[in-house]
Design a protein around this ligand. Structure first.
Ligand code: GRG
Length: 295
């Protein structure tokens, strides 16, 4: 299947499943509306598609991993809602429309983020029972996600991102921020697809390396797009990093060196899964798609 067709087919699966988790008749109505506003209708769905792509590599039926993939997209959406709040990045636009707090107010936006995070864990456990996922696999996957979202993952990266604003930092620190703030959830997506499949230690090692490389590459590209991208394509304001004196790869090592690193990381990611040959074509195409993306 051509890569673009693959992306679209997987996106459809994920979006129709997400809609089932948050129907129109939720009570209290406002929290359902706030969640649906940010979660549905937009977003590239990179992370959940990666979960499905790893499952495909090992011929794992997609039904077995879909709830985990959706849970990761819910967690990703929570981070976006919270990151946009006035106390954090204070952004007005996300995914091509007003940010959640601009429409629903800060309190409901905070609660929508909290609910998305909590419901993600509820859905993973409930669906593991329903789908009779072997408990060891389910627990391994749920642990992976909680670990990557906590202090040693996304939260740690976000804390450093905030406290380093306006400060001069070195390359090791920007690498820490990016691999945690953004890379951790991408790595979790890859690892979860692998943990829920019939994989050996060597498979996990290869895929984790792939996940680490594309995770860092993804945020470097995000930094580059903040300089060279457009609102129309990104659905959010550009130039925000410089305006807020945010630390980015271009700021720390320069734009040209950042682009070189982006290409190097993409090559490393592809090399990490070379072992799987043609079966890994989707994951290889994915690394290139993330490197070349405009949105
Ligand atoms: C942990 C409380 C708390 C807050 C969130 C990780 C984080 C902390 C915020 C993330 C904010 C952010 C913009 C991080 C960079 C990651 C990133 C590039 C997000 C955008 O992801 P895409 O491009 O977006 O996949 P779509 O809209 O396509 O899903």
């Amino acid at each position: 299947m051509a890569f673009e067709k693959y992306l679209n087919s997987r996106k459809e699966l994920i979006e129709s499943e997400l809609k089932k988790y948050f129907p129109e008749n939720l009570y209290p109505e406002i929290i359902g509306n706030s969640i649906r506003y940010s979660l549905l209708d937009a977003g590239k769905r990179v992370r959940p598609i990666l979960v499905l792509a790893v499952a495909d590599l090992f011929d794992t039926p997609y039904e077995k991993v879909l709830p985990f993939a959706c849970a990761i997209e819910m967690i990703h959406t929570y981070t976006l809602i919270h990151d946009d709040l006035p106390a954090m990045d204070n952004d007005d636009y996300r995914r091509g429309k007003l940010t959640n707090h601009k429409v629903f107010g800060d309190a409901i936006a905070i609660l929508a983020g909290d609910a998305l995070l909590t419901e993600a864990f509820r859905i993973m456990t409930e669906k593991s029972f329903e789908l009779k996922i072997p408990p060891k696999k389910a627990l391994r996957a749920i642990f992976e996600i909680s670990f990557r979202c906590g202090i040693k993952g996304v939260v740690g990266g976000q804390v450093m991102d905030i406290i380093c604003e306006d400060k001069e930092i070195d390359e090791a620190t920007i690498e820490y921020i990016h691999t945690h703030k953004t890379g951790a959830l991408i790595l979790a997506s890859i690892n979860v697809g692998a943990y829920l499949s019939d994989t050996k230690k060597k498979d996990i090692e290869r895929l984790s390396l792939y996940g680490k490389k594309i995770g860092l590459a993804f945020q470097i590209m995000d930094d580059i797009l903040d300089i060279e991208g457009s609102f129309e394509k990104l659905g959010k304001k550009t130039g925000a990093d410089a305006e807020k004196k945010k630390n980015t790869y271009p700021r720390v090592i320069g734009l040209k060196a950042s682009k070189d690193l982006l290409f190097e990381l993409t090559e490393n990611a592809i090399a990490a899964i070379e072992f799987y040959g043609k079966k890994a074509k989707v994951l290889k195409d994915f690394a290139i798609y993330l490197r070349d993306r405009q949105s």
